[in-house]
Design a protein around this ligand. Sequence first.
Ligand SMILES: Nc1ncnc2c1ncn2[C@@H]1O[C@H](COP(=O)(O)OP(=O)(O)OP(=O)(O)O)[C@@H](O)[C@H]1O
Length: 325
Amino acid sequence: MTLLEVSKISKRAETDFTLEPISFSQRKLQKIAIAGETGSGKSTLMKIIAGLVQPDEGQVIFEGKAIEGPQDKLIPGHPGISYLSQHFELPKFLRVEQVLAYSNMLTDQQANTIYEVCEITHLLKRKTDQLSGGERQRIALAKLLIASPRLLLLDEPFTNLDMIHKNTLKAVIRNIGKELKITCMLISHDAVDILSWADQIVVMRNGQMVQKAAPEKIYRQPADEYVAGLFGKYTLIDLTQSPEFSRILKVNTKGKRLFIRPENFNIAKRSKTSMPGKVNKISFCGSYYELEVSIATNVIIVTTPTCSLKSGDPVYISLADYFLL
Ligand SMILES: Nc1ncnc2c1ncn2[C@@H]1O[C@H](COP(=O)(O)OP(=O)(O)OP(=O)(O)O)[C@@H](O)[C@H]1O
């Protein structure tokens, strides 16, 4: 069932930024992530959806009705939609439970479930100035959830969190759909957060939507180099300039280049299907090693779970998969 329909919304800012007409829809409980470089229009898009910024053209339909923008309403926003801003504020000098009481639209039991999901039950008696950044973020999220929204919009909720607190908040956000049955849209700069969480990813650049697709498609078959680069490292090979590659791969690339993610190169034995190269650099990245390898005039990025090579070693490389870009 369609919950949200974004229909040709556009916005010209006073700066030279323009949000070009954007359309997409979101089903109930579908998880949509918005990705894009800084200044690409992610927050503007999300604020228009929340009813906090007036679009110049187009409309947002939520549960079958058009959302009114701030020009049409005394108090901007929609009661069914909660927006967690990058710059949220918690009221000062109050206890957490007092802050939450003002927003609560639920029974005590339902609210307690949300406090548990957000892992803030032990913080309720604290003053709002006695909290860490991660605790503040989880309380801000709980405050929105107890207002009982049907759509939750999260604008970079993981900023400024260390790995441990980020993982706690990620688990909370993962459970929002499952346990609380609230549909979620998320903006994040982190490729891993987005790829592992979203059902669909909307990629923005210069105010335009450049691709909307499932995470695997965005990662493996990006629309262009910009999308490719947002979601990890890659190598591009022009077969007309790369005889080593054209020897092992006989395909008509139709003027396109081979797009290869690092895990799609393998360290191999010398054979008809492998290419000789030289290791330039090895970086240990925790669960894998990243190698920079020269193959004739090309420099490729290869990842491998184990590595007994060192810089300067000769190596043979085979190709497991590629996409034409
Ligand atoms: N209130 C405003 N008035 C005028 N211009 C604005 C306003 N808010 C944002 N902009 C401009 O609109 C453009 C898009 O901003 P937006 O915040 O939507 O981008 P973003 O993709 O969310 O960026 P970031 O990842 O840095 O948060 C930027 O060039 C910004 O300077």
